[in-house]
Design a protein around this ligand. Sequence first.
Ligand SMILES: Cc1cc2nc3c(=O)[nH]c(=O)nc-3n(C[C@H](O)[C@H](O)[C@H](O)COP(=O)(O)O)c2cc1C
Length: 415
Amino acid sequence: MLKRAVLLGAAAAGGAAAYYYTADIDTQMEMASATGPLVRMLDPELSHIIGIQAAARRLLPRDTRPDPPALHTKVFGLDFPNPIGLAAGFDKNAEAVAGLMGLGFGFVEVGSITPKPQPGNPTPRVFRIPELKATINRYGFNNLGADAVQDHLLAFEAAAEKDPALKRGPLGVNLGKNKNSKDAALDYCIGLTKLATHADYLVVNVSSPNTPGLRALQGRKELEALVNQVKGTRDRMVWGQSGPPPLLIKVAPDLNELDKRDIAAVALACGVDGLIISNTTIQRPGEVANYPAAQEAGGLSGPPLFAMSTGVLSDMYRLTGGRLPLVGCGGVASGEDAYKKIRAGASLVQLYTVFAYEGPALIPRIKRELAECLKRDGFTSVADAVGADHPDIRRHNSSGKSSAAQAGSKKGWLW
Ligand SMILES: Cc1cc2nc3c(=O)[nH]c(=O)nc-3n(C[C@H](O)[C@H](O)[C@H](O)COP(=O)(O)O)c2cc1C
């Protein structure tokens, strides 16, 4: 009896695999996403590990279709086939870059990476709120450290040299600090020195709620000193004709008016190339508070973060006068959400949590819906729609060269 059940199971799995490998890409994406309910029966950290390993072994579908021309965009001098990126934290160790790019993301950000390996916080440290497609995590920068990540990035580069189509879009490297490090700036500089030559853009993450003291680096004086030191380290390295990779700062959504003004002022004055807005929140907005997981310490992500992070994005667009490319992140679940981020001021959009819930099929769907939103409202490109909810700022910038939507220099608009 058992033998027959095993044989039947194996035959069904074999049949599904044969069907999968001969199916068109949309069907493959749907089939990969259909494993979601099964994966969700597992502990969230374990399902995350399985997802990364599946992507690392290129078991996920590979979408080689070109993106609609309206989605192509150029930001900080880099070409993005589409503006939808995978946010940091999913592939912390750069183990699965080729597999993840193959899903059709316009760019992938790896990290956060600390100079030394560290285990992060004790488990359990990730908690789902499936009803809201939300997550609370307190991973605490568990990662293999900059040396191991450098090896992974070298392996990716070697693979992409053989098959250039593997590198579908830009690769971001997100840097963090070790928990016990006394000198945060030194940590970012060490990470940068090891990894910058492998990055199309760099991110200084000062916004994780799970590393004690990290968010204090968003204060005016602290941020100014940090940016100057990190930028100085980057600029002292030897760069070819294309120059150094742009430097972005990733900020929290939990900022008051003064915090936001300070960050905008430092970013503009110190020649930061862009801001990622935002990381997870320590707040428990709306109905989140009704779920038992809300009691867990950590950062909340997914749709309940959308309104808050888009509000901060919009504020930062206003405070930077639309002159700094912004990456909108937090709660994106559809093309309409991505479009709202773009209208609020984002030149690029990232997501993590809803992708983890919905799987590969979400990416082509978001791109299709975003292209439809642009067309519906008469925009011929993503850049056309950036900041559309701020007509006064766009009008003001349209005569100058400093609009983020027009930003073309890899060295940043200020230089
Ligand atoms: C489990 C998990 C781990 C994360 N780890 C990192 C990280 O290491 N570095 C970072 O900058 N952001 C990290 N993030 C934040 C995401 O990059 C993103 O900013 C945030 O989740 C909001 O986007 P979302 O609502 O689409 O998930 C993490 C998020 C989650 C859910």
